[in-house]
Design a protein around this ligand. Structure first.
Ligand code: MEV
Length: 309
């Protein structure tokens, strides 16, 4: 049996604007993970993916072309030049919350690629894994920027510009984040399409919002590399205000952001597509406990603390 893992992620700066070619920054969150086990299956069954958390059992050869679990298996076997379908059972579980902006789909797909590669003693560079996973992100998200598959496949902080590339960059001084879940599922595909509609009806206004978000991501990269927490915090607050203007926040996210700041967070913002899902707060060792408590008291369904390094 071969087991492989993939972590979740949060976007620190630049969500939504990244879809339009502006830079964004994302980091892996290893506290949540998808796991995939590959083991030989009964003869003649082909590949079957069992995902108990999703209540799914997918017989790959019978699955629709647009089934993301089947697609990642097919693409990975093709990339390994396996012409004969093997008899395998792949079991997938995940602690990455679904539809909350933490990259659950990309994490599951990445874990499957890694587990299949491990099973066949094949080595994929992270770039190849990211490219394979992107093909399933299209099914989950419609027009994904590609940031989720990149940060999850590389498992390092990334500075990302759609269609132009990405850079893994060094964090000057490790910093702590509290991630809090509104408990509201949010469809990235729907929120991204709605933003596109709004952009089409007010292009100048939206372009200037995206542009400012892009400038924030550029400045944030410098702040992160210099270990300047105060600058990062101010940029997070400004990024959240711009995301509110874009129309992707919601009362639950705003309440958590306010609670985090009142609890002593240096800065806070929503993370991911918005209209539910998670928010992030920049904290110190001293304020982490109080911020986490405030977030729980304000209705967060899950609170995770992570260190970015
Ligand atoms: C989703 O994690 C982030 C968005 O910017 C969409 C994308 O980048 O594909 C909202």
């Amino acid at each position: 049996m071969t087991v492989a893992y993939a972590s979740g992620k949060v976007i620190l700066f630049g969500e939504h604007a990244v879809v339009y070619g502006y830079p964004a920054i994302a980091v892996p969150v290893t506290e949540v993970q998808a796991q995939a086990w590959v083991e030989p299956g009964p003869g003649g069954q082909g590949v079957v993916v069992v995902a108990p958390d999703l209540g799914r059992r997918v017989v790959v050869r019978e699955a629709a072309d647009d089934d993301p679990l089947a697609r990642i298996v097919r693409l990975t076997l093709q990339a390994m030049r396996r012409t004969v379908e093997p008899d395998l059972t792949i079991t997938v579980t995940s602690t990455v919350p679904i539809a909350r902006g933490m990259g659950s789909g990309a994490a599951v797909s990445t874990a499957i690629v890694r587990a299949l590669a491990g099973h066949f003693h094949h080595w994929f560079p992270s770039r190849a894994i990211s490219d394979l996973v992107y093909q399933t992100e299209i099914l989950y998200h419609g027009t994904p920027s590609g940031i989720d598959n990149t940060v999850i496949a590389f498992e390092k902080p990334v500075y990302f510009i759609k269609d132009r590339g990405w850079e893994i960059f060094w964090v000057g001084k490790p910093f702590r984040l509290v991630i809090a879940d509104t408990g509201i599922m949010s469809s990235t595909r729907e929120v991204v399409s709605d933003v596109r509609r709004r952009y089409q009806s007010a292009p100048d206004q939206y372009r200037s919002l995206f542009e400012r978000i892009g400038q924030i991501a550029v400045a944030a990269r410098t702040a992160i590399q210099q270990g300047d927490l105060d600058a990062m915090a101010a940029l997070m607050d400004e990024n959240h205000a711009l995301l509110q203007e874009i129309g992707v926040s919601c009362p639950e996210l705003d309440r958590l952001v306010t609670a985090a700041r009142e609890g002593g967070a240096l800065g806070a913002k929503l993370s991911g597509a918005g209209r539910g899902g998670n928010m992030i707060a920049l904290v110190t060792e001293e304020t982490e406990g109080r911020v986490s408590m405030m977030l729980r008291l304000t209705g967060a369904t899950h609170v995770i603390a992570t260190e970015v390094r």
